[in-house]
Write a protein that binds this ligand. Sequence first.
Ligand code: GLC
Length: 529
Amino acid sequence: MQIYPRSYQDSSASNDGVGDLRGIISRLGYLKGEKDSLGIDAIWLSPIFTSPMHDFGYDVSDYKEIDPLFGTMQDFDDLLREAHARDIRVMLDFVPNHTSSEHQWFIEACKSRTNPYRDYYIFRDARPDGSPPNNWLSVFGGSAWQWHEQTKQYYLHSFLSQQPDLNWQNTAVQQAMADVLRFWFGKGVDGIRADAIRWMGKNIDLLDDPINSAFTAGQDPYHAVEHRYSRFSPELNGYLKIMTDVAREHDDKILIFEDHLDSLSPVESQIRRINSIDPEVAGAFNFEAMHRQFSARSFSEMINRYQAYLPAQARAFYCFSNHDESRLASRFGEKQARMLAVLQLTLPGTPVLYYGQEIGMRDGVISPEEVQDPFEKRVPNKGLGRDPARTPMQWSDEPMAGFTKLNRSWLPVNSDYVANNVRLQQHSNNSLLSLHKTLFNLRKQHHVLLHGEFKHLQTTSDIFMFERKGEERFIVVCNFSEQTAHVLLPHNLDCEAHVVAAAHNAAMVGEKVRDSVTLEALEALVLAC
Ligand code: GLC
């Protein structure tokens, strides 16, 4: 479960309208270890390190310290201990591509062209006309180069100008960053989510990116060029291997690389590329569901292809929503979100959920005065802003949804919190929260759902059906249509199955099924053979 610390729980000690580590500790029982707990196995926290917060923590100024906004190192140690006591693993967010411009390395690097830290970053002369060294663009709008007046050179920033890119060709950078990982693994952190990795590898000659001829005005301006040289240089896998090697120095650690498929190279090689570095300790998210059309054919194609190309020992990390994208229930609809819960939690590997996904939280409505996200501020009114997906967790119908005792929060609490919150859903057997508990339980009791074979059974315009096989056998049938569907089960089923989970109609649980099954609109059933 991904936790966005700013929005999870404000502790009464700080009570400043921003979530913090003590707040998370106070909610661990919700996640695991108590009678009504959700039953998740691990949390990953978006960055909690010292930061001027231009990109809400993805601009780190000290990788080995906790930002006072979130608490102290003691709070973190307590969180780690309390989480482990409940058998919850803790993963942190590591930002290897860039530091904050307030990081000591960058402050040094800016002092002179000969400063020992100059080569930690990517400084280059202007072109003869004074313009930036090449046409590379920043993800957050405009050129990826910022002029540094004092030393009369540009520096590269793939994101904000307050997020200068590190120079991973420099072995001192490699060692310093490996050392950061060692520090956190040494403390007992179980895993790392590594941010924005594709930008770590760039072409050494800094060639211009080709113009994207398919680009149209109105699109995200970042796509005006094809990012051929500004990312994914051949050295990238070597840099990632440095990270997996550090993970290997310790027992039982994992790394998840933040990456996604794009149209620049064949999907097969993209899936293999990062998932092959050291599949026992590291894998990559699969974010495809966030940009897919909601249809049986689309989801079936995406999953079949991914499972087929994933290297033998690699683990899938299906992730259907996160802090950068619209929430699942807003993107596809509430009923659809229930169906996708069944799908996501019966797929192989480790499903990654985003806080609030388990209650179907929706995107918040953010007025222009309330905008916080630097992306929305720099590239406004294109629907790119990430604030709507980052509103405070909706715990109860108390004021401020139980998120803070203050009467305001860093982003507004979504107005639907009275009708949709954890407490309400805890009291209903048929809530999305209860469905998640059922599915988590099922995964726990039946390892075949984690490690068993994935076999495609059928795809039609409405239905996606697959099987999970091993020491046991489950069939998952998803009806993506708004109509009732009668589905013939494979004739070699050769067993009497029964329903163990249903996205909508809980009354079907326990029902016996032999040759066919009827699914209401947007229903998904898990059948045990
Ligand atoms: C990743 C993060 C995003 C952040 C960016 C820069 O894409 O998920 O939130 O803004 O990297 O670090």
